[in-house]
Design a protein around this ligand. Structure first.
Ligand code: FNR
Length: 412
């Protein structure tokens, strides 16, 4: 944080606002209403989103004094790799909504910082392009378990081929949450096939699309309404793609319909995890665990890690704040596998609290998406850098010099 402060003292303003509320407000001004409602919005009445933030507010740090913290180390080890900080870029889909450079910009930010990027299945770019932009930097792959086995096989094989160091299976999105704001702006972010090139670039998925294009659907697709067309036009500045083709071409339509059919599998159960184990030898991390009983089942089924998460409040409205779910899961797991955390981290101090409650590392979602929307790769990097700097500073001020010293007895 020394460099950031020195720059400030000499009058250099950061490329994005430092204060989380100001960052959010600036991003809202920049983004189209459709992109904003998709990124910032949560489920239903936004109860869970508020609960996530409120949980952080209820935990308070109690700093210790007169400890030598001159030398500090923010690094942690995860799955055999030492990371410079316990911070990851959470998997975020359809990033094209925020910035035309989408994953390419995020990969550049992640590479500059050396922090892992969790690549979303719902990516706007094929994962191979994202991987190229990541260079040697660590990457994990987030899997939405498709209804179609060939698509699952293909995604997992591609994830291995791009050097993913873990497969993160997101469990909480087997159906999409009740996204009130998205419904109100009448815009489904997946309505553009180009927005989900992760799928449209996939050979197994393309075969399904071609099969569908041969057999016209009996159910008529609703024609785009005037407001949907307006929405697409207003997003055109984020979407360099051919708007007209997108509205008319039968291929994107077949792709979108296929996507909606196969992106998830709500019949998935614990027993299916064995088939993933057969498909890959990479560490398997389950994202979306909130109940200690599910943590126990995860251990029983031999997974390698857990992310306590409620998807940033985007799935169940009225769910437990994610930070409130963390201690129970940590207690159940009892150090046998790493427990990671996300949903509601807005600052380095927040990250500190989650680490104090037993998380090995935290995933950050919306904050860097706002940075991306405002200033591309620079913006995403700066947001994570600020989080990292504040974490380091909070450690210093609380009297700890390494991440493993951030313990629960530093919280009230
Ligand atoms: C997400 N999230 C998500 N998770 C996932 O596993 N795959 C995905 O494709 C997406 N896509 C996505 C898009 C957007 C716009 C958001 C805001 C979130 C959830 C994400 O990984 C993470 O769990 C939350 O974002 C964490 O909450 P915060 O940090 O946003 O509060």
């Amino acid at each position: 944080q020394g460099r950031i402060y020195r720059a400030g003292v000499f009058g250099h303003r950061p490329v994005v606002p430092v204060e989380p509320a100001a960052l959010e407000a600036a991003a809202q001004r920049r983004m189209s209403p459709q992109a904003w409602s998709y990124v910032a919005g949560s489920a239903g009445q936004q109860h869970t989103a508020r609960a996530n933030l409120a949980a952080f507010d209820r935990h308070r740090i109690v700093p210790r004094m007169l400890v030598d913290v001159e030398e500090r180390d923010t690094s942690v080890e995860l799955f055999g790799r030492r990371l410079p900080a316990p911070l990851l870029f959470a998997p975020i889909g359809v990033l094209e909504m925020a910035h035309r450079e989408a994953e390419r910009a995020v990969a550049e930010a992640a590479r500059t910082l050396g922090l892992p990027m969790v690549i979303s299945t719902q990516g706007s770019l094929p994962m191979e392009e994202t991987a190229a932009a990541l260079g040697d930097s660590p990457r994990w792959y987030q899997l939405y378990w498709s209804r179609d086995d060939d698509v699952v096989d293909s995604f997992v094989a591609r994830a291995e081929a791009i050097g993913s160091e873990a497969i993160v299976v997101t469990l909480d999105t087997h159906v999409l949450g009740w996204r009130t704001r998205d419904l109100d702006v009448a815009y489904l972010p997946f309505a553009r096939a180009e927005g989900i090139a992760q799928y449209t670039s996939d050979p197994a998925f393309r075969r399904l699309v071609e099969a569908r294009a041969q057999t016209p659907s009996e159910e008529p697709t609703p024609r785009p309404t005037v407001s949907a067309v307006k929405a697409l036009v207003s997003m055109a500045r984020h979407y360099p793609g051919d708007l007209w083709t997108n509205l008319r071409s039968p291929l994107p339509r077949a792709a979108v319909e296929t996507f909606l059919d196969v992106f998830s599998r709500s019949s998935l159960t614990w027993d299916d995890l064995a088939t993933l184990r057969e498909r890959t030898s990479l560490p398997i991390v389950l994202k979306g665990i909130q109940d200690p009983r599910d943590a126990a089942l995860a251990l029983e089924h031999g997974v390698d890690g857990i992310v306590v998460s409620n998807h940033g409040g985007r799935q169940v409205d009225g769910a437990i704040g994610s930070l409130d779910a963390l201690p129970g899961v940590v207690e159940e797991v009892d150090g046998r596998i790493p427990v990671l955390f996300d949903s509601g981290v807005r600052s380095g101090a927040d990250a500190f609290k989650a680490l104090a409650l037993g998380a090995r590392a935290v995933l950050v979602g919306r904050p860097w998406v706002y940075g991306l929307a405002l200033a591309g790769a620079d913006g995403a990097r700066t947001v994570m850098e600020h989080l990292w700097a504040e974490l380091d500073l909070t450690m210093a001020l609380s009297g700890v010099s390494s991440v493993d010293q951030i313990s629960r007895d530093l919280l009230a």
